[in-house]
Design a binder for this molecule. Structure first.
Ligand SMILES: Nc1nc2c(ncn2[C@@H]2O[C@H](COP(=O)(O)OP(=O)(O)OP(=O)(O)O)[C@@H](O)[C@H]2O)c(=O)[nH]1
Ligand SMILES: [Mg+2]
Length: 639
């Protein structure tokens, strides 16, 4: 196993935890200074949790027998001294397999029976229903036991053709599949639909998730994989083999499931050892490998630098035997280097960027609060110093002036109450655009379009309707939010101009990402419907499943948009309310201090001591905040 890869993932995992710890410290600091500030604490807790739980997903996609599983073994499991995941000639891995590490559960294999395809729940939902899965314990200290248990990933069984058709596992109209029907009316089908492997490997523990997939037929039959899991993977490794070259089905997988997605992907030309020929010189062998790599790049319309040539099998053998020369010749190191130095840093930067943007907004607010506090203290101090040793009349003048300021402030605050009520009512209205009921109605309307006719036309019509209606809701919600930002900005400007409250920018609600997601789903549907295989066969089962997958994804986007809107409403209004309340409190305290001085001129000195204490407390707060900010920024990558 590569030192680079393991180190890089470990450093990434470590940094992530350190950053999450710094964020938690910051949240505690905020609580200490301001009492429980639910909104900010919650935002920070969310950010820290997303950092701790972040997974880097690398998916391996290819036609069967191109060496996906062998490559996973070579990259991640060669330390076991044997081939851990089953890899063999012909179709081997029969179900998509996710490998990860979950510390709260003993190492094990979870298997989802193929019959669950009859059910309407999505895979994502089934993952949260342990009862549906068969569990097999894994003993990492006992590789032969592990190897034996993992053979389950290859299990198949005979199933009556009618059932196989119903489950979308076999298509009698499809000439390429007809020969699979046996004389007894059965066809061979996978026993399992999906597998989850929880295994405590250091890379997996550090947050890597690996997805091994079966070849084309199985991939296409599980729309959730093609609509959601693979497009959302952070990197896709697509494999070809030198002995088969680029076949039609290879190309189909590339075009349908890899190339058109925007996530990072590379092609691996595997099995180069088949071109090693003792009767040829090294340079001749190298030239023929290079030729095939260039052809591959051309056919896939990919830069040559994105095509890796290697031998997964020889890399595995080399690792097991400790043969450094063979390992070098296998070419695996360049792929390890790519994962360590491009894929992981890219994910890391993206995550840190998002986190630092969120946290920096809060840090700025905290700094402003401290600076405002210091300014108020110094204003009061100056005033008290001027009044010190003077007569009561001057104090009375100052008090009367402050009273006028307070009255004027209270009037502004009263006016703001009306604005607040208006904005709150608009907020409710905004959420109604994105409510559960609205979602239900939209899904029902789309289902009605599809009702009775499971054709590609109805499918396109259904998804268009869904997408249009959801997009309209997003647009209405965003427009209303913009309107609210305008109202709030205007109202707050008075506090800023007339009463010296710090400047504040109300953020905008941006639902663009969800609109883009819906557009992408519509494009996916159009591609699916144009696909000759779908058109020719009008596979009713596939259309139904595809629609279910689409609806699930669209639902997800809609629910996320609602959560964003709810969060935005709090972020838009809460800080303003807090500042307005704070200032009111400040004026009241200052006024009562002056009143105290009027009642007893000797109290002036006591008040000055109090302010001095407040100043030193604020300065300490400033120093603590700088230390926290320093810790946070030192946890970001130094790129
Ligand atoms: N010569 C050679 N054989 C390889 C290489 N990589 C994999 N193989 C063999 O190719 C066959 C298929 O490999 P797998 O890893 O099972 O392929 P897969 O892509 O996972 O296939 P499915 O699980 O069926 O989708 C096995 O017999 C491997 O030993 C390689 O680099 N060189
Ligand atoms: Mg496999």
């Amino acid at each position: 196993m590569s030192i680079h890869l393991e180190e890089e993932v470990a450093v990434y995992g470590e940094r992530r935890k350190r950053l999450a710890a710094a964020i938690t410290d910051y949240a505690e600091w905020l609580d200490r200074r301001h009492g429980i500030d639910a909104e900010r604490t919650l935002r920070l807790a969310d950010t820290a949790a997303s950092l701790r739980e972040d997974k880097l997903v690398v998916a391996f996609v290819a036609e069967f027998s191109r060496g996906k599983t062998e490559l996973i073994n070579a990259l991640f499991f060669s330390g076991h001294g044997q081939r851990l995941l089953p890899s063999d000639a012909g179709r081997t891995t029969m179900c998509p397999t996710e490998l990860f590490s979950r510390p709260d559960e003993a190492p094990c294999l979870h298997l989802l029976p193929i019959e669950t395809r009859r059910r309407d729940e999505s895979l994502a939902r089934l993952k949260h229903m342990p009862i549906e899965w068969c569990r097999v314990a894994l003993d990492p200290g006992n590789p032969p036991q592990m190897q034996e248990s993992l053979k389950k990933l290859t299990e198949t069984k005979p199933m009556a053709a009618v059932d196989a058709i119903e489950l979308g596992l076999w298509e009698k109209e499809d000439t390429s599949e007809r020969h699979l029907l046996r004389a007894d009316g059965t066809v061979e089908v996978p026993v399992w639909r999906y597998a989850l492997v929880n295994y405590p490997h250091p890379l997996l523990q550090a947050g890597l998730t690996i997805l091994d997939t079966p070849g084309l037929n199985a991939l296409g039959a599980e729309p959730e994989l093609t609509l959601s899991v693979i497009p959302n993977a952070h990197a896709v490794i697509y494999l070809l083999a030198t002995d088969t070259g680029v076949t039609r089905s290879d190309l189909e997988i590339w075009q349908k499931h890899v190339h058109r997605h925007s996530n990072f992907h590379v092609a691996v030309l595997n099995k180069i050892d088949m071109l090693w020929d003792e009767l040829k010189s090294d340079s001749e062998v190298q030239a023929s490998i290079e030729r095939q790599a260039e052809d591959t790049a051309r056919v896939l319309k990919l830069a040559r630098s994105r095509v890796f040539t290697l031998s997964a099998q020889k890399a595995l053998v080399a690792a097991i035997r400790g043969d450094a020369e063979l390992r070098l010749r296998s070419g695996i190191e360049s792929l390890e280097y790519l994962l360590a130095h491009q894929v992981i840093p890219a994910r890391r930067d993206m995550l840190y960027h998002a986190v630092s943007r969120d946290v920096n907004v809060l840090l700025d607010e905290s700094r402003t609060d401290l600076t405002t506090g210091l300014k108020r203290c110094s204003d009061e101090m100056i005033q008290l110093a001027r009044l010190s040793g003077r007569n009561r009349e001057l104090v009375e003048q100052a008090r009367a002036e402050l009273q006028r300021e307070k009255d004027s402030y209270d009037a502004t605050a009263d006016q703001f109450r009306a604005t607040r009520q208006l904005v709150e009512a608009q907020g409710k209205h905004l959420l109604s655009y994105l409510s559960e009921e609205a979602l239900g109605a939209i899904c029902k309307a789309a289902r009605d379009v599809m009702e009775d006719s499971l054709t590609t036309r109805a499918l396109t019509g259904g998804i268009r309707k869904l997408s249009e209606q959801m997009s309209t809701r997003f647009l209405q919600a965003s427009q209303l939010a913009d309107n609210m930002v305008g109202v709030l900005d205007q109202a707050y400007a008075r506090f800023h101009r007339h009463h010296g409250l710090p400047n504040m920018q109300v953020p905008r609600l941006d639902l663009g990402a969800y609109r883009n997601r819906l557009d992408a789903l519509t494009r996916e549907t159009e591609a699916f419907c144009k696909d000759p295989a779908t058109l020719m066969l009008e596979k009713r089962f596939m259309i139904r499943r595809f629609y279910a997958g689409l609806a699930e994804e669209a639902r997800k986007a809609f629910n996320l948009a609602r959560m964003d809107a709810e969060r935005w409403l709090r972020i838009a209004l809460d800080p303003i309310m807090t500042r307005i309340r704070d200032h009111k409190q400040y004026l009241a305290t200052r006024l009562s201090a002056l009143q105290g001085v009027l009642d007893n001129m000797g109290a002036l000195h006591g008040r000055m001591v109090q302010i001095k204490q407040e100043i030193s407390d604020l300065r300490r707060g400033k120093a603590e905040l700088s230390a926290i900010a320093e810790r946070l920024s030192s946890s970001y990558p130094q790129s």
